[in-house]
Design a binder for this molecule. Structure first.
Ligand SMILES: *Cc1c(COP(=O)(O)O)cnc(C)c1O
Length: 429
């Protein structure tokens, strides 16, 4: 497999783009590799600049649950393109996507479109503070909520991959009101809320954590969050940027039966175009400008191409049986990988919620960030490189989830499992 073109492009990119990439994890530093430059994609497959073909389990980091170039999404974008690319004025498409999300997610009565997941969480935090008149935000170690200043505390994803605690450029004063607790730790949560509950504007959580590898909520954790925030007059924000329309049509809140006050979306609702959104209780959303005083705006928010793509994606995902297929394919992959690791005698933990998957090179269960960090990162790097050489494209970090799409056939999954068996066996030599 030659990477001549990708390597040449990466050389050039490093001259004009920091680290040669527009988002840090893409640089593949932690696995000691160079990034592949991708030329095109179709279904569950990617082709790089050298013409190599891969089965893709990154799915643009979550959005591509239908697979790449889904015909209905491509047609919808084409139709929207004919009408113009941006007007900076209300359109019927925005209304249609808002209606689809409101119908899918009962806790969301009103929704505001933005351009990324980062904007969604940042705006939800401002809104929670504006609504409650309080300052403190509680988050959980290893959860990633985008790169806004307030939320870059013990964050997962790229921050964890690069092993940096926070970020230079974020003043102490800005994060003094952000408290981070261990994920799944109900005792720590109760103790904090008992002491400071009346100062807490909101608790923000990934209801299924997908930015420290994949860590499901322990039984009772989401219930405790709901109960404690309600009791102390704080808002509960579910960051469903990754899990929304992924772990169920109605997201993690449907799957676990918990209604948050506010929800953040992104990724899938734009089907691969830049979109985010935040929504929730009518009385809380009424505080957003121009209905209320909490300011939040966006020149390209509700962009017609992005709205059209999102509408087509949600319609396709809303058809009967879609999530059963995702569940079955993902189960087949997880079972196959677990068996391959077992046969190779490699200790590994498999966490899965729907089509989100985490494989940890660890002998003990992984239920929080501390446990995720005890994984064998060298072994992960070797596995990553081995799989890439087999034509399997995984996220280049132990702290990212893998995604199965509707475009992955059983044959694609079996091919992946066979490749994993060869790679895992080779790691034992
Ligand atoms: C990806 C992600 C974000 C950030 O979204 P961007 O579009 O990258 O800004 C926020 N929260 C979660 C849970 C995510 O997975």
């Amino acid at each position: 497999m030659s990477s001549t073109q990708s390597l040449a492009l990466f050389e050039r990119a490093q001259e004009v783009i920091p680290g040669g990439v527009n988002s840090p994890v893409r640089a593949c530093k932690s696995v000691g590799a160079s990034p592949l430059f991708i030329a095109r994609a179709d279904g569950c497959r990617l082709w790089d600049a050298d013409g190599n073909e891969y089965i893709d389990y990154v799915g643009s980091w979550g959005p591509m649950v239908l697979g790449h170039r889904h015909p209905e999404v491509i047609q919808a974008i084409g139709r929207a393109l004919e009408q113009g690319t941006s007007f900076g004025a209300p359109t019927e498409l925005e209304l249609e996507l808002a209606d689809l999300v409101v119908a899918a997610v009962p806790s969301v009565e009103k929704i505001r479109m933005v351009n990324s997941g980062t904007e969604a969480t940042m705006s939800a935090i401002r809104l929670a503070r504006g609504f409650t008149g309080r300052d403190v935000i509680v988050k959980f170690d290893g959860c990633y909520h985008g790169h806004a200043d307030t939320l870059l505390v013990d964050a997962g994803s790229g921050v964890a991959t690069l092993n940096i605690p926070g970020s230079p450029g974020v003043p102490e004063a800005v994060v003094q009101y952000t408290l981070s607790l261990p994920y799944n730790d109900i005792d720590a949560l109760e103790s904090l809320m008992t002491r400071r509950g009346d100062q807490v504007a909101a608790i923000i959580v990934e209801p299924v954590a997908g930015n420290m590898g994949l860590v499901p909520p322990r039984e009772g954790f989401l219930e405790a969050l709901r109960d404690l925030t309600a009791r102390h007059g704080s808002l509960l924000i579910f960051d469903e940027v990754m899990s929304g329309f992924r772990v169920a049509y109605g997201g993690a809140q449907e799957r676990y039966g918990i209604q948050p006050d506010l929800t953040c979306f992104g990724k899938i609702i734009g089907a691969g175009l830049p979109v985010g959104a935040y929504g929730g209780r009518r009385d809380v959303m009424a505080c957003v400008a121009p209905e209320g005083g909490v300011y939040q705006a966006g020149t390209l928010s509700g962009n017609p191409l992005a709205m059209a793509a999102g509408i087509a994606a949600l319609k396709a995902l809303g058809r009967p049986g879609v999530y059963d297929v995702l569940e079955a394919r993902s189960q087949r992959l997880a079972d196959g990988l677990a068996q391959a690791a077992d046969q190779a005698g490699i200790p590994a933990v498999f966490n899965r919620v729907g089509s989100m998957l985490g494989m940890f090179f660890n002998a003990r269960p992984v239920s929080d960030f501390a446990a995720a960090k005890t994984c064998d990162l060298e072994r992960f790097a070797a596995y990553y490189c081995g799989m890439l050489a087999e034509g399997i494209y995984l996220a280049p970090s132990q702290f990212e989830a893998g995604f199965v799409s509707l475009a992955h056939t059983e044959a694609d999954i079996d091919q992946t499992v066979a490749a994993a068996a060869r790679v895992l066996n080779s790691l034992n030599d």
